[in-house]
Ligand binder design. Sequence first.
Ligand code: SF4
Length: 429
Amino acid sequence: MSLGCPKALVDSEQILTRLRAEGYEISSSYDGADLVVVNTCGFIDAAVEESLDAIGEALAENGKVIVTGCLGAREGLIRELHPKVLAITGPHAADEVLQHVHTHLPQPHDPFTSLVPPQGIRLTPQHFAYLKISEGCNHSCTFCIIPSLRGPLVSRPIGDVLLEAKNLAAAGVRELLVISQDTSAYGVDLKYRTGFHGGRPIKTRLKELCEAMAEFGIWVRLHYVYPYPSVDELIPLMAEGKLLPYLDVPFQHANARILKAMRRPASSENNLERIRAWRAICPDITIRSTFITGFPGETEAEFEELLAFIEEARLDRVGCFAYSPVDGAEANALPGAVPDEVREERRRRLMDVQEDISAELLAAKIGREITVLVDAVDDEGVIARSSADAPEIDGLVFVNDFFDAEPGDFLQVRVVDADEHDLYAEPLE
Ligand code: SF4
């Protein structure tokens, strides 16, 4: 019911439009309505009188009444005469009116989300999804311009992240890939503030996030983890099977001077020792990393130190890039630019060493029984991945001549062969 001037009429139109958008039906009679909204006028005495009468009539005919509009500013007067009204708002208060309506009549649908599944719209296949836990970065690596593009670290509230993860798991996602610019720094900007998940308090911190995600019973894989000391507390979770035994740690180099010139986070850590300690706790851990060859000023001796690290660390997966100057990056101004062909030649040497290591590590898996997640089934059989293989960047596990599976299934298989990148397996009974 709409009383008063054209401004009040527009308020009524806005309220009706919002109600319709949320799926409520508009009724032209009291008895057809579940609830009445009376938009009042309070300008002159006669208008006040008319509004109070209208509220009385709506209460008598229907019983459930929300009052809005100019007379709403005089709540005491309305309550004195009509104590049974459900709620009172002032004029131009569509949001408040809608909230009161929601309290008494469940919203048929939310126009912002009801056409979208709870897990949102995904561009990845149904069985895995990327989960971004923060945006931006607090570091200033000299070869990178991301902080100037994306700003400083802003962690998402842990309750939001866990709700998204839970919705994804409920929608059939079997593997969550946790991403950000700096995953181990999650929560630093919020001083590890306590948030809530399922009514329980929980700190905005990577370890707590991983522990909570373990409850969803799906694979959780961590990417872009810098080797801060706090990463050590994640390894026992991997050993206990709560988190995939997989760490994507972008070391970028092994020589202390170059790491300092790169201004890398956690550059003073003794990474070889850390890797040994991680493997002692979780022998099955897969470590992936990326490196840059030919960073400005890199000498042959410094590059050889990197090669020695690669030989010693025996990482499972390695990506390597010849240094490429990014427009606007500080490193471009550093002295000692390395010629293009030397950068590339060092990249090739590093990858040659690594290819042998990868092949040996994969060959050592022959005979082992492992769990794989099916990505696809084609006319040669099943294409899957193990805990050691992130989609797109790592290897695959081929289960040839086996077709009885669908994307998203977990399979138990025995590894029967390997090359430098992939494994070949047969299903277990
Ligand atoms: S490379 Fe360095 S500066 Fe760039 S996003 Fe990663 S940590 Fe931040």
